[in-house]
Design a protein around this ligand. Structure first.
Ligand SMILES: Cc1cc2nc3c(=O)[nH]c(=O)nc-3n(C[C@H](O)[C@H](O)[C@H](O)COP(=O)(O)OP(=O)(O)OC[C@H]3O[C@@H](n4cnc5c(N)ncnc54)[C@H](O)[C@@H]3O)c2cc1C
Length: 475
């Protein structure tokens, strides 16, 4: 009789993603060693030695699984036996429709569950460089504050531009919330470029008075300050728009808001004084980013000020802008659809380092990476979740859904929370309510979200039944 000697999977980083990955691997029956460098070496944001420490807010955001994308992600994770969600539910504190947790109880529950699992060994050590060559299956989940020596090791194999140390995030808007009676599709000078049509950008025109008022609003708007340890990370091609506005009232008009090479079909004889351009962000064409609009304005200020832009009065934001210290990979180029580094497939990545954003999203990608690694060790097929599920939509954003652009400026792939813009559109949108009445406005939007979430949960059940390794539920 031949016996299969199962290799350990090594998980590096015991944060949100690494803790979930280790749990999923062990619950599939595969032994795992979890390496966490704290408390011997701390990051600039962590304060404790606990696993899955929440470094800032204690909220997992909305728990509404029917009409909210992160609420749906919660529900999918529960159905996939998530330790993070189980510990979150057990340590819930009152927070209205959000799931907020007692951070100490949450981290203690996760640490205890992992420490007491017979298939999990925890090493409190830093992996200070590329993982040793004899670790044949590794999940790297070292987060936005990956230790410098490991980051350097990763950079050495992925290349200079493949690992970023700051994100520079411009807001992203749901295309169907942009008023195309005011804005229009056109590329500057109608240039088609590689893969383009000559009408690839959405353009929002401003007259002089609107531009002047917009610059005033940017200058007066409330900004977020950097943490002391972040230093000020401004670099060429990625200045926040409000910093550009501070350098001169005309700077934006000669930079990201230049009006040249564009003609408004609704008003062809009058040249706009300035133009805000939006570029397609995902392959589905449901999301558009505001070109060159990385910003440190507070989120509420962004919504208020950017909705004064003609055509964006009713804009729904899939993501707001920001600039943070954040180590993350250019994943669409570097990772395959199972989160493995194409150049070294024994290394798999999980969590925020892959280019998702947020506690829950990081844990969800840890969950997938753990299941993929376990399936590989068990010799089972590794089947990614359908793109119609929240897990599949997030995985799609990370490993292939994003549209790479060649324009100057910050690298175009930037971290993102889960949102409905990442999901493939419905083949038929609900038009009437249960009473047969025609749906309009907010009621129509809610019906669409309900249809997306019920499709997701149905498809998740099919995937679970067919292909996914099935771990035991969290005890
Ligand atoms: C300052 C800050 C505030 C944030 N606030 C929020 C928020 O309020 N809400 C939200 O949803 N998201 C927030 N995020 C974003 C993100 O969701 C969290 O950072 C989240 O913890 C990411 O999960 P992760 O598992 O990828 O990384 P982490 O949870 O950071 O886990 C990574 C782990 O790897 C360890 N590690 C690093 N390098 C090594 C190494 N070489 N060897 C061994 N161990 C290593 C670290 O000690 C850490 O425990 C914040 C991020 C930062 C930086």
């Amino acid at each position: 009789m031949t016996t299969i000697r199962m290799q350990h999977v090594h998980v590096v980083g015991g944060g949100l993603a690494g803790s979930e990955a280790a749990w999923q691997i062990a619950n599939c029956g595969v032994p795992v060693t979890l390496h966490e460098m704290r408390p011997h070496r701390m990051t600039a944001a962590h304060k404790t030695s606990g696993l899955a420490e929440l470094v800032c807010s204690n909220s997992f955001r909305s728990d509404d699984r029917e009409t909210n994308a992160v609420g749906l992600l919660h529900e999918e994770m529960r159905r996939l036996g998530s330790l993070i969600m189980h510990a979150g539910d057990m340590n819930q504190v009152p927070a209205g429709g959000a799931l907020a947790v007692d951070r100490d109880g949450f981290s203690a529950a996760i640490t205890a569950a992992l420490e007491s699992n017979p298939l999990i060994t925890i090493h409190r050590d830093e992996v200070a460089g590329l993982p040793p060559a004899d670790w044949d299956s590794v999940v790297i989940a070292t987060g936005p504050l990956t230790s410098p020596m490991l980051a350097e090791g990763i950079r050495a194999i992925t290349g200079e531009d493949a690992l970023a140390f700051f994100d520079a995030i411009a807001p992203i808007i749901h295309r169907d919330s942009i008023d195309l009676d005011v804005a229009w599709f056109q590329s500057r000078y109608d240039k088609a470029g590689p893969g383009g049509s000559g009408a690839d950008y959405i353009n929002c025109p401003m007259d002089r008075a609107q531009y002047e008022a917009f610059v005033d609003a940017l200058l007066a708007g409330e900004k977020v300050t950097f943490h002391e340890w972040e230093a000020t990370p401004y670099f060429d091609g990625c200045l926040p728009i409000e910093v550009m506005a501070e350098r001169g009232r005309e700077t934006l008009r000669h930079g990201p808001m230049k009006p040249f090479g564009l003609t408004n079909p609704g008003n062809p004889l009058i040249k706009p004084y300035a133009v805000v351009q939006l570029r397609q962000d995902n392959r589905l064409g449901t999301l558009f980013n505001m070109v060159g609009f990385q910003t440190k304005l507070k989120h509420s200020e962004q919504v208020r000020i950017f909705r004064t832009i003609p055509g964006l009065e009713r804009a729904e934001f899939a993501r707001l802008g920001g600039l943070h210290r954040n180590t993350f990979l250019n994943s669409p180029k570097l990772l395959d659809d199972r989160l493995r580094l194409k150049a070294m497939p024994r290394l798999r990545f999980a969590g925020q380092i892959t280019g998702c954003e947020g506690y829950v999203e990081s844990a969800a990608i840890g969950l997938l990476a753990g299941r993929f690694a376990a399936a590989e060790q068990l010799g089972k097929a590794v089947v990614p979740p359908p793109p119609t599920t929240a897990h599949g939509a997030l995985l799609g954003h990370i490993t292939g859904g994003h549209v790479e652009t060649i324009d100057a400026g910050p690298r175009s792939f930037q971290p993102m929370n889960v949102n409905f813009g990442l999901f493939p559109p419905l083949s038929v949108s609900p038009a009437r309510g249960p009473d047969g009445a025609r749906l309009r406005g907010p009621a129509k939007a809610i019906a669409k979200k309900r249809a997306l979430t019920s499709r997701a949960l149905e498809d998740l059940a099919l995937w679970l039944g067919a292909a996914a390794p099935r771990p035991a539920a969290a005890e």
